[in-house]
Design a binder for this molecule. Structure first.
Ligand code: ADP
Length: 614
């Protein structure tokens, strides 16, 4: 009894000293995997599986891992002799390369691996990818095999076809000869069982020309289901994605596909195998096994490698709305919206608009400032013009006094006469009435003088209205008529027959004319006789009005014709030299021009032109 206890204690101790199963396996297992692929890997589908596998190994292997890979090319080559040559080739090539795990991509590859394993890699677990549910059930792989099972159902293709063709009655199945179909081979039974209530036209294993002819003449309410075609019985082989391009170019119905890599070449979509999911899954399983996990703990399982994916371009072409697609569908190749497509142009445009807006705001601000400055300048001009008018008034004061004295004197005389008549015995009332009417006339004359004086001294802000220059000219001449006669100057005024309508400030323009006339009178002051001033108004072309004031004075020295308009230029003893400079400022403010000339027969002439009002 005691011996037995000691023995069992020893066994327990020995077992405890042994490393765990996983760890032991890890120690023994070389970090290398041999990937055997059933295709020739020229097409995108198998290429993407392998690329995803390699990426996963690169990113997640815990120890440096060697990936060997061989394409068995079983879609194009087959038969016992070929398979045997492959086996010999692998045996020779990998004789000195220990393999930690064998990866079989595709059912055909898995079948060969299972057959070869006892002689080539008796210790290595096997991980498979891309084995369909029914194929897996048929193979019933032993326990050292694990992998991701895919569920590709013909019923799913029919479901997708119904989504894109509303009243679907017929499906044209375009496929490689069943014997050579390595993937979707399981559809054969489904189609033959007639499980789906649509008519299936099989365009299978036919020459390419015939395939193209048939797909271009399909009936209404039908869809094409394309599972892959690479021989077309022409003797040449090409990746099925390339064949699909030819089929899509001729097809008169949308094409349902079952591989993600068939979307871009012309498939409208369907429940498709996603190669990257398959590659990632197989790599993860292989890495776990290399890390020491035993396949039994990692049983084969159906993986989520089939997804509803659709082609946006084809949807537009066949007028298929997003709403009619199966729930959870992903849409590929979606055209960017106009805004997305032209984003940079839109950004540039927005920027340009912004710059423009800023510029406009700046210009408006500038304009505002300029307007403010203009208003200020006009106010100054009004002030200056006012001072100038006061000066004119000062000059005119003696003649004005005289002008006032005359009516006031006759009013007094008439009043005295009336008083005398009324003091008589029998006053002549008719005469008194006549005298009173004379008094009233003289009073009006006096008040007219005062009114004019007031208007001259009125301080008016700059204002524009449409005026007739003929009237302005006549008023100025009338205004100075008395002064002219006092100074022995003869006035002549010739106005144009038609009105000279201009836009301007009447008070300021009148001031310009007054300045010119007063200057002419001043210029002729020393002449013993023959003092004459002639005023003229006329239309020049049909755009401007021209006023001229000429005198019979000495004229202006030729080199001073421009200087006289400068501020403070004067040749007079009492002169201020601002009359002409103000005149020029006023004329420029009215968009006009003023200039002086000497007349051939002597004397100066001043011209002033103003734009006619439209
Ligand atoms: P002011 O009359 O105070 O001198 P103005 O600016 O009105 O100032 O005139 C400037 C000068 O232009 C005058 O001093 C005079 O020399 C000259 N001038 C103006 N008008 C005439 C004219 N009709 N004939 C000759 N010289 C003139």
């Amino acid at each position: 009894m005691g011996k037995a206890i000691r023995l069992s204690g020893l066994i327990i101790l020995l077992v405890a000293l042994l490393p765990p199963v996983g760890l032991r396996a890890q120690e023994m297992r070389p970090h290398s995997m041999l990937v055997l692929d059933q295709s020739d890997r020229r097409g995108p589908f198998y290429y993407q599986i392998f690329a995803a596998l390699r990426a996963e190994v690169g990113a997640h292997a815990h120890a440096p891992t060697t990936v060997y890979s061989e394409s068995l090319d079983l879609t194009r080559f087959g038969g016992e002799a070929y398979e045997d040559s492959l086996r010999q080739f692998l045996e020779t090539k990998y004789r000195d390369r220990p393999i930690g795990v064998v990866v079989a991509v595709g059912t055909a590859a898995l079948e060969l691996v299972l057959r070869w394993r006892p002689s080539l890699w008796p210790q290595a677990p096997v991980v498979f990818a891309l084995v369909e549910e029914t194929e897996f059930a048929r193979l019933r792989p032993p326990s050292f095999v694990t992998g991701g099972i895919v569920a590709t159902k013909f019923a799913d293709a029919v479901k997708a076809a119904r989504a894109v063709v509303p009243n679907l009655t017929t499906i044209a199945l375009v496929a490689e000869d069943w014997k050579r179909q390595l993937v979707f081979h399981n559809w054969k039974e489904e189609v033959e069982a007639g499980a789906t209530d649509v008519r299936v036209i099989e365009i299978i294993g036919l020459p390419m020309e015939e395939v193209l002819e048939r797909v271009s003449t399909l009936p209404e309410n039908s869809a094409i289901v394309y599972s892959g075609l690479y021989s077309g019985r022409t003797g040449s082989y090409q990746p099925p994605a390339e064949t699909l391009r030819l089929v899509a170019a001729k097809a008169n119905r949308p094409i349902i596909v079952a591989s993600e890599t068939f979307i871009e070449p012309g498939g409208i979509g369907g429940f498709v195998l996603v190669p990257t999911t398959i590659g990632t899954d197989v790599a993860r399983r292989a890495l776990r096994i290399l890390d020491g996990e035993i396949p039994e703990r990692l049983p084969p399982s159906v993986i989520d490698a089939v997804k509803p994916v659709f082609n946006w371009h084809q949807m537009q072409h066949w007028n298929v709305s997003e709403a009619s697609l199966p729930a959870g569908s992903r849409i590929e190749l979606r055209e960017p919206t106009v805004l997305e497509k032209y984003r940079w142009r839109a950004v540039m445009l927005a920027a340009a608009l912004l710059v423009q807006a800023v510029l406009i705001a700046f210009l408006l601000h500038e304009r505002h400032l300029r307007r403010k400055a203009e208003i200020e300048a006009r106010n100054r001009l009004s002030q200056l013009a006012h001072i100038n008018r006061q000066a004119t008034a000062g000059e005119l004061s003696s003649s004005i006094a005289h002008e006032l004295n005359q009516p006031l004197g006759s009013i007094l005389t008439n009043a005295e006469t009336a008083e005398l008549i009324l003091g008589g015995v029998k006053p002549d009332l008719a005469e008194v009435r006549e005298i009173i009417s004379d008094i009233k006339r003289d009073d009006l004359r006096a008040s007219e003088v005062i009114r004019r004086m007031r208007s001259l001294l009125k301080r008016a802000p700059f204002e524009t209205k449409e005026i007739d220059l003929n009237l302005t000219m006549r008023e100025a001449f009338d205004f100075l008529a008395l002064q002219a006669s006092a100074r022995n100057v003869a006035f002549y005024l010739q106005t144009s027959p038609q009105a000279l309508r201009v836009k301007g400030d009447p008070v300021q323009l009148q001031q310009v004319i007054l300045n010119l006339i007063v200057n002419s009178m001043d210029a002729m002051a020393k002449m013993p006789y023959g003092r004459t001033i002639i005023g003229r108004t006329e239309v020049d072309g049909d755009a401007s009005a021209v006023i001229s004031i000429s005198d019979s004075g000495p004229g202006i020295p030729q080199d001073k014709l421009n200087d006289i308009f400068d501020p403070f230029f004067t040749t007079k003893e009492q002169g201020m030299g601002i009359g002409l400079s103000i005149a020029r400022t006023i004329v420029l403010a009215h968009s006009g021009q003023i200039w002086a000339e000497n007349q051939s027969g002597g004397g100066a002439v001043f011209h002033l032109s103003l734009p006619l009002a439209a």
